[in-house]
Design a protein around this ligand. Structure first.
Ligand SMILES: NC(=O)c1ccc[n+]([C@@H]2O[C@H](COP(=O)([O-])OP(=O)(O)OC[C@H]3O[C@@H](n4cnc5c(N)ncnc54)[C@H](OP(=O)(O)O)[C@@H]3O)[C@@H](O)[C@H]2O)c1
Length: 271
């Protein structure tokens, strides 16, 4: 099926739903009028209307109007909402959940037999089409559904497929990783302030440094150690700074942070 023909529904109108909607509409392949978004209040629906999407307070209406349904509500709401919409989900629907920690087994259990389910873990930079997304196919989702999702979500950023066992690691590395990068950017800017720079300028320069380094890393396809080595003049400033970071245990701290966030995602999934 061509993306332009797919009717897409969102249950939940929060930040993640908005980021994904902006991305899929940017592709140009999806028509805004083919997107329907549901949420209990009108608090967040206006911005979807501005994009040309249809909005409703009825989750079942969103399901009835769509073939591909994104479940974008807080994880604790998923069981009740799936029970509510399950009678309206047919074998023609494809349900994509972004709820952290909610397993494919749980989703399949709550939906009618033969439901096609995928689990997707996006991250916040989807909002600016620079997300890192990993999805896993449920037991009844075929390569065709995976390919459709990849095409639709392409404008949201990097979209990869993997086994469900990687989803929690992806949450630690990339979902939470965004916050780890912000902490690093804040520390870079604070370093600039300590060395006498005005705070606002240091912050702008830190943001651009993180962005530029990230783009170079992604676009060059080179290993970060190679790029780092390119910046290190023997006896120069960077190797002195890197030595300070190694003494501070940055590498171990970041690996520990990804591990801690992954373990927490696993723990939340078991609850
Ligand atoms: N934010 C992230 O970085 C991130 C990353 C990966 C995954 N996720 C996952 O994405 C999901 C959504 O997160 P979010 O940050 O977008 O949350 P959010 O901004 O808090 O939005 C939640 C949305 O759910 C709606 N909602 C509440 N009860 C509902 C119901 N009964 N039926 C339909 N909609 C209902 C809310 O409606 P109102 O508009 O009326 O309040 C709101 O629009 C979560 O499961 C989270 O785990 C988030």
């Amino acid at each position: 099926m061509e993306p332009s023909e797919v009717k897409i529904g969102f249950i939940g109108a929060g930040n993640m739903a908005f980021g994904i909607t902006k991305g899929i509409l940017l592709s140009g392949g999806v028509l805004p009028r083919n997107v329907t978004v549901s949420a209990p209040s009108s608090n967040n629906l206006g911005r979807f209307q501005e994009l040309g999407a249809a909005v409703t307070h009825s989750n079942t209406e969103a399901v009835a109007a769509s073939r591909l349904i994104f479940l974008a509500v807080k994880p604790h709401l998923v069981p009740a909402i799936l029970r509510e919409v399950a009678p309206h989900v047919t074998r023609e629907h494809v349900v994509v959940s972004v709820a952290a920690g909610v397993t494919i087994a749980t989703l399949e259990e709550l939906l009618p037999p033969e439901s096609v389910v995928l689990r997707l873990m996006p991250n916040l930079p989807c909002m600016v089409q620079e997300g890192a997304l990993l999805f896993s196919r449920g037991s009844r989702a075929g390569p065709g559904e995976g390919a459709l999702l990849k095409t639709l979500l392409g404008p949201c950023g990097l979209v990869e497929e993997g086994p469900e066992s990687w989803i929690d690691a992806h949450t630690g590395l990339s979902g939470s990783g965004v916050a780890f990068v912000y902490l690093f950017a804040e520390a870079l800017a604070d370093g600039g302030v300590k060395m006498g720079m005005p705070s606002a300028l240091a912050q702008r320069i830190a943001a651009q440094t993180v962005l530029g380094a990230g783009r170079l890393l992604r676009d060059s396809g080179r290993h970060p150690a190679q790029l780092r080595s390119d910046v290190c003049t023997p006896g120069g400033t960077t190797i002195y700074g890197l030595h300070a970071l190694e003494l501070g245990g940055l590498r171990a701290a970041v690996m520990g942070a990804v591990e801690a966030a992954t373990e927490r995602a696993r723990e939340l999934g078991r609850k």
